[in-house]
Design a protein around this ligand. Sequence first.
Ligand code: FAD
Length: 391
Amino acid sequence: MMQKPLRVVIAGAGVGGLAAAHELVHRLGDRVHVRLLEAAHELRPQLGAGFSLSGGLQCLRQIPALSDELSKISSTPKLFRTVQEDGTLLASFPAKDLVGDPPALAQFMRDELQLTLAKTLPDGLVECGQRVVSVDKENRMLHTEKESDIPFDLLIGADGIKSHIRGEHFDKEWDREYSGLSMYYGVISNDEVKKHGDFRFQEGAITETVGKGNLQLSFQCGPSRDWTFAYAYRCAEPPADDEWATTDEALREKMSEITKFSSRAMHFGIYHTPPRSVSWVNDRIVLLGDAAHATTPFMGQGANQAIQDAACLGRLLSEDLTQIDAALQEFYKIREPVTSRIIKNSKFAGQLRTADSFMERTLRSIAYRIMFARDGALFKRIYQAETKPVI
Ligand SMILES: Cc1cc2nc3c(=O)[nH]c(=O)nc-3n(C[C@H](O)[C@H](O)[C@H](O)COP(=O)(O)OP(=O)(O)OC[C@H]3O[C@@H](n4cnc5c(N)ncnc54)[C@H](O)[C@@H]3O)c2cc1C
């Protein structure tokens, strides 16, 4: 007798939820019926800025529907540079060993990646305007703002760092925590950068500018080669709301002048979810991505890890669909240690890279000198080890 397809509902069409849908459709075909419910009323372009994919990119590329599409919307760096605020060059080395061919490291605009992941899924699978508002775990039924009684055999909570599903069905104390760092993050067109010029924006390079208690990153993304900039700084209280226009002129002056020509920009506190000994699995509800393990962005690993969660879960479920509970336990066993380590290491990297006191800055100089010596040999070794997919 034909088995009924497994009814999987995914809450959240961020990179993690979309990658999970792709993995399930690709690996399980008609053995699974997937609904991806997204709270937003549409997946909008022009949202967010750029980011790097490494281990996650290697996983996504295994999905035939995606491989060519990803190449069309990504770009790769040629150089890594670290400079001081006064423009003194601390280190510079070619990126080609890390990028490889096909690229194991590439940069994407978040909106382009999200839209590409969505449009390459079967029609109708992504349902916008479907915020999950409650989940009846016992009867395996959930409700959204506009639809009641949606049945599921497996619910994947990919609803981000403020996860509703984590709050409703896991430890209430398990919540995001402010890291002590806030950030300006935005996009400047390549034309504006060419027009105004700045040592922190060098064509083809990922440039890190280290200051006293702050750090600025700039890199190009996607076919337009527009620029993403991120300025992280220490700050006891996070900004109240996402906003750009800061009245703090002293702070504004520390950033590159050309950030005032940005086409989009955000200002926010950086949060993470400190690792806790709480499983990501509760019966047939499983958390994935930022909902389970949000990290600060200082190792560029949040989306990469969400994608690896998706690949790991897809692989385990496809091996034996009669053993779902065992697969979920195994998923947590494989993915928890690596993501917990990244949260801790990224917190440390954020502190080191935004060094403030004399002692801290001395330590940062020594660490950078060691890491970037011999064309970044140690940095590359660490980077390759930290970004290798664990699925
Ligand atoms: C400044 C910055 C730079 C970063 N740089 C990098 C980088 O270089 N590399 C990297 O890998 N990562 C990076 N990250 C991290 C990365 O952006 C996140 O880790 C990643 O987007 C998490 O994906 P997700 O799918 O788990 O969650 P999200 O992207 O947050 O998606 C969650 C989705 O769930 C939806 N949702 C929420 N509640 C509900 C509900 N109740 N019902 C239905 N839907 C719901 C939301 O609307 C959203 O679409 C960076 C993050 C920041 C802030």
